[in-house]
Design a protein around this ligand. Structure first.
Ligand code: ZN
Length: 146
């Protein structure tokens, strides 16, 4: 069993259990658009794809923080939220035999222990049958896998 933990040495808080069947790949543009935290030990080479753990129930996390703010470190306007304007290309992914399109991302995921992040995003997704749901996309490139 692989655990995804906070990459900061003074924290190492457990975030979630990683699983291959729940791992999806998203283009690097998503990672960069939302300025997701990059694991320190990672090589400087930029990747085309980033692995994300797709979580449908917040209780499936061991520990997670959810932020409303577009920039958690900026207190000037805590009401700012991520809007669909932030994603200016159509991003789709395969999961459970469906193709899902990211409609909009509304919140950031942060470490519940040390508040560092963002380590993921909360997004509304829609499949080709028109079904919509909210999913938690945890960036595995932002975390340590142990
Ligand atoms: Zn942490």
């Amino acid at each position: 069993m692989v655990k995804a933990i906070c990459s900061f040495e003074d924290c190492r808080g457990t975030i979630a259990t990683a699983s291959k069947t729940r791992t999806i790949s998203l283009p690097n543009t998503v990672f960069e658009k939302f300025q997701l935290l990059e694991r320190r030990e990672k090589s400087a080479q930029s990747q085309e794809k980033h692995d994300f753990l797709i979580v449908e129930d917040v209780w499936d996390f061991d520990n997670i923080g959810v932020s409303r703010n577009i920039r958690p470190e900026n207190d000037d306007d805590p009401r700012i939220e991520i809007t669909d304007e932030n994603l200016d290309e159509v991003v789709t992914f395969e999961h459970n035999g469906n193709t899902w399109t990211i409609e909009k991302c509304t919140r950031y995921l942060i470490c519940a222990e040390c508040d560092k992040g963002p380590i993921g995003i909360v997004c509304q997704v829609k499949n080709d049958k028109g079904e919509e749901k909210v999913v938690y996309l945890l960036s595995l490139s932002s975390l340590q896998l142990v």
